[in-house]
Design a binder for this molecule. Structure first.
Ligand code: 7PJ
Length: 278
């Protein structure tokens, strides 16, 4: 299965890891935008060395309850980092944004893939991606990050998330995005209770026939914290284990903070999946 991301093509016969690069003030603690950018670039290059096929650059926190970031600030964080990385690595560069101006600017700076937790539903988002022949990841979420965890309710979470993703894939196709440039994501932790998340993960195979590769992000999420009782900085093993199980259930891209550990986990599962049957 080939995933076309503008000038890059990923062969997802072997599942891959998308490394998470947060370029937000809270993630790179101390002073100065320059310093912050340099650290982000170094962190991204390290992830590529550790085996990440994709680096997901995000300038807006989409964690539950997070505040919105003004466009100018998001541009200032994301664009220079993408520009530098486009020169310094062959990895696929993804931009984690819902903002049409940021989508356009990041793609013009050399990004290949738009990863939008809002499923490219903001006016102009789809057009900005399509006009630049970008690849897209459509993720399921209901509402906005600030309020999404208030009281999520579904009658049948698997069916509803699946229907949403099918509709978003159709919208992307209608906007002119090629079928082999679209991936789908059930959005673990986005407007979902722990039970919803577990139900989706158990039935992940239901999302493998939507026409594009399946991407899943579980890394360090509160679901892992709930299961293991561990704080965010001690969730590597839980996250990598769950990522491996996602791959076993059909995920082709796993989004992760701890790239080296996740790459190993994915390699182990992939080896088992590829054992020739006698
Ligand atoms: C996801 C994401 C995810 C995709 C975030 C966090 C929250 N993009 N962006 N899928 N999560 N496609 O990393 O905890 O699950 S931000």
């Amino acid at each position: 299965m080939l995933f076309r991301c503008r000038s890059r093509t990923l062969d997802l016969t072997r599942p891959c890891v998308m490394g998470v690069l947060n370029v937000t003030p809270d993630s790179f603690s101390d002073g100065g935008l320059h310093h912050e950018r340099d650290r982000a670039v170094e962190a991204a290059l390290r992830m590529v060395e550790e085996g990440a096929a994709i680096v997901d650059v995000g300038g807006e926190s989409t964690r539950p309850g997070a505040a919105a970031v003004p466009t100018a600030e998001e541009l200032e964080r994301v664009v220079p980092v993408v520009e530098t990385l486009a020169r310094r690595t062959d990895a696929v560069l993804s931009v984690d944004t819902s903002n049409p101006e940021v989508i356009a600017a990041a793609l013009d700076a050399g990004a290949h893939l738009v990863n939008d937790v809002r499923g490219l539903r903001r006016p102009g988002a789809l057009a900005a991606a399509a006009a630049r022949d970008a690849a897209v990841c459509v993720m399921h979420m209901v509402g906005e990050p600030a309020t999404m965890q208030a009281d999520p309710q579904y009658h049948d979470v698997v069916r509803e998330v699946r229907a949403f993703l099918a509709e978003r894939v159709a919208a992307c196709r209608d906007a002119g995005i090629a079928a082999d440039a679209i991936c789908v994501d059930p959005g673990i932790g986005f407007a979902k209770t722990a039970r919803h998340n577990l139900e989706l993960l158990r039935n992940l195979v239901a999302f493998t026939d939507l026409g594009g590769p399946l991407l899943v992000g579980v890394s360090r999420k509160s679901l892992i914290g709930m299961i293991t009782g561990r704080p965010v900085e001690a969730r590597t093993v839980g996250s990598a284990t769950l990522a491996a199980l996602c791959v076993e259930r059909g995920a082709k891209i796993v989004r992760a903070h701890d790239v080296a550990a996740t790459v190993d986990a994915v390699k182990v599962v992939t080896a088992l999946l590829n054992v020739p049957q006698a």
